[in-house]
Design a binder for this molecule. Structure first.
Ligand SMILES: Cc1cc2nc3c(=O)[nH]c(=O)nc-3n(C[C@H](O)[C@H](O)[C@H](O)COP(=O)(O)O)c2cc1C
Length: 205
């Protein structure tokens, strides 16, 4: 597939078919993930593959995203936001629980922090997080190449999740990524159109 085609294809999907994602596609995406740039040359990243319903349910419970969302309340909360942003939140927030439970596979991406995230003082201290996200983008693009999509969810209850998933104390969770084939009626929200010429600055801002 052409590079530009993959870039265009990769979109956030929150509605999945029940069809399993073959492990060789997941391994291909992880392999490409490990070719991403990394701040210290170590690529200290790990992936947990969750494809067991009880483990997915546990994620939802720990994250406390079990209760149904009242869309009317959300509409009020985002009423003064730019339409395109409101559209995204109204689409995303009600689906947080379902996307984890219904994705055939949920990936947990783990990284080794340089400094504990809460102790980071400079951008340099966050190089480990920046690096794991370059890996995540390679991973998502590689899945899209095979018509598999994902949604990056950032957990709130990281310490509890680490304990439940047996993740070593010194490591951190970067993201939880439900992945799968997109449902026929999967919604893809509009991307904001950016005029790149307004964002490119020569020699100084
Ligand atoms: C750092 C980061 C955090 C995100 N957190 C969430 C999240 O918690 N839940 C969710 O449904 N989507 C989440 N997203 C997905 C974004 O909503 C999505 O990437 C954005 O709306 C742009 O849409 P696109 O990926 O289709 O281009 C996150 C994306 C990034 C990069």
């Amino acid at each position: 597939m052409e590079f530009k085609e993959v870039i265009d294809k990769r979109r956030t999907i929150r509605d999945f078919q029940h069809k399993e994602v073959p492990m060789d596609i997941i391994e291909y995406a992880i392999k490409n993930g490990f070719q991403a740039p990394t701040y210290n040359h170590f690529r200290a990243w790990d992936f947990i593959v969750i494809n067991n319903q009880a483990a997915k349910q546990q994620l939802v419970e720990v994250e406390n995203i079990e209760k149904e969302i009242d869309v009317k309340e959300l509409e009020i909360l985002f009423e003064h936001e730019e339409a395109i942003k409101k559209e995204m939140y109204l689409e995303a927030i009600p689906k947080q629980k379902r996307m984890i439970l219904e994705a055939p596979t949920v990936m947990v991406v783990v990284f080794k922090p340089k400094t504990k995230v809460e102790e980071a003082k400079t951008i340099y201290d966050l190089n480990c997080l920046a690096s794991v996200w370059t890996c995540i983008e390679n991973f998502l693009l590689s899945l899209a190449e095979h018509d598999v999509y994902g949604v990056t969810y950032i957990p709130q209850q990281i310490e509890t999740l680490k304990r439940k998933l047996n993740i070593p104390e010194e490591l951190e969770i970067a993201a939880i990524i439900p992945i799968g084939y997109k449902a026929d009626d999967a919604k893809i929200v509009r991307q904001k159109t950016i005029d790149i010429h307004e964002r490119i600055h020569f020699n100084k801002w």
